[in-house]
Design a protein around this ligand. Structure first.
Ligand code: CP
Length: 327
């Protein structure tokens, strides 16, 4: 079994690899990654993909248990973490419906975490409040993986996004990457924009005024030496982008639904729009989509969002193996 290496707690049992800085650690924010960490994880993810394609599963994490604790809805993150653990030979405690757990009886997040860390070797947590995974990590001796904390971050999504860019286009450096849609509430954008600062990229941000990138993220990106180019229209950037990353307008984050109605249908990527894009660009979306990409676009080979979604499982397999010291 593994306990966290922070502070005075210790690694027990398994030996970390030479390159694995993830062993026994929480994964809370993309700010904790350096480029060599990403190279390491992506290398392991490629190996995981090869294993899955060749034999479907391995027993690398046999006997390990993941607690999947989701206070917000999820299809991809929850099921890809579960599939990742199972393909590595481990098992999963699924708490995807907290309303059927003791949370409904008023149990606090710290007590819920203390309970699950007693049964599992690590906890994947999605929660509606920014910073919830940091709080959970303070109470847990076992690693916590942030699977989305409100409008804060979604670090494992950013890892799979970056892995997809590298897989699809063979590199990240030198690309023009545009993010479009709900940049204010879209935690995947907050994480990806920060992570891209490790690379030599040009970034554009496309949104209506009320959904602009939060000041905090914008300032961080600028402080890391990247100009923040903002515009209202995808048409302004479609001809020059290598990656167009479209996001859903997040209805659940709006307190004023009339504001949501005013922006919900502003962007739709159509086959017409794609006809103006570069032949080698890719179109990405963290999914779910609710109208931002027309279904006709799915047949375009540049539509990478379903491959992106599948990559989530390989990247999460790599992350689980790394955090549990078996990568
Ligand atoms: N991309 C993503 O986080 O999807 P889910 O909300 O379905 O997990």
């Amino acid at each position: 079994m593994v306990t966290k290496v922070n502070g005075s707690t210790k690694r027990v049992g398994l030996s970390p690899t030479m390159h694995n800085g993830f062993y026994g650690r929480d994964i809370l924010s993309v700010k904790q990654f350096a480029r060599e960490d990403l190279d390491y994880i992506f290398g392991v993810a490629e190996e995981m993909e090869a294993i899955v394609r060749r034999v479907g599963a391995t027993d690398l994490l046999k006997g390990s248990i993941l607690a999947n604790l989701f206070y917000e809805p999820s299809t991809r993150t929850s099921s890809s973490f579960a599939a990742a653990m199972q393909r590595l030979g481990g098992s999963v405690i699924p708490i995807n419906e907290v309303r059927y757990s003791s949370v409904t009886k008023g149990e606090s997040l710290p007590d819920t975490i203390r309970t699950l860390e007693a049964y599992a070797d690590l906890v994947v947590l999605r929660h509606p409040e920014v910073g919830a995974s940091q709080i959970a990590a303070r109470y847990s001796r076992k690693p916590i993986i942030n699977a989305g904390d409100g409008v804060g971050e979604h670090p494992t999504q950013a890892l799979l996004d970056l892995f997809t860019i590298q897989q699809e286009l063979g590199r990240v450096d030198g690309l023009h990457i545009a993010m479009a849609g709900d940049l204010k509430y879209g935690r995947t954008v907050h994480s990806l924009a920060r992570l891209l600062c490790l690379y030599d990229v040009e970034m554009s941000f496309v949104s209506p005024d009320i959904l602009r990138l939060p000041e905090e993220v914008r300032d961080e990106v600028i402080a890391l030496g990247k100009p923040v180019r903002e515009t209202h229209a995808i048409e302004d950037i479609i001809e020059t982008v290598d990656v167009l990353y479209v996001t859903r307008v997040q209805k659940e984050r709006f307190s004023d639904l009339t504001q949501y109605e005013s922006v919900r249908n502003l962007y739709e990527v159509t086959t017409d729009l794609m006809s103006r894009a570069k032949p080698k660009m890719i179109l990405m979306h963290p999914l779910p989509r609710v109208g931002e990409i027309h279904y006709d676009v799915d047949a375009d080979p540049r539509a990478a969002y379903f491959r992106q979604m599948e990559n989530g499982m390989y990247v999460r397999m790599a992350l689980l193996a790394a955090v549990l010291g078996k990568a």
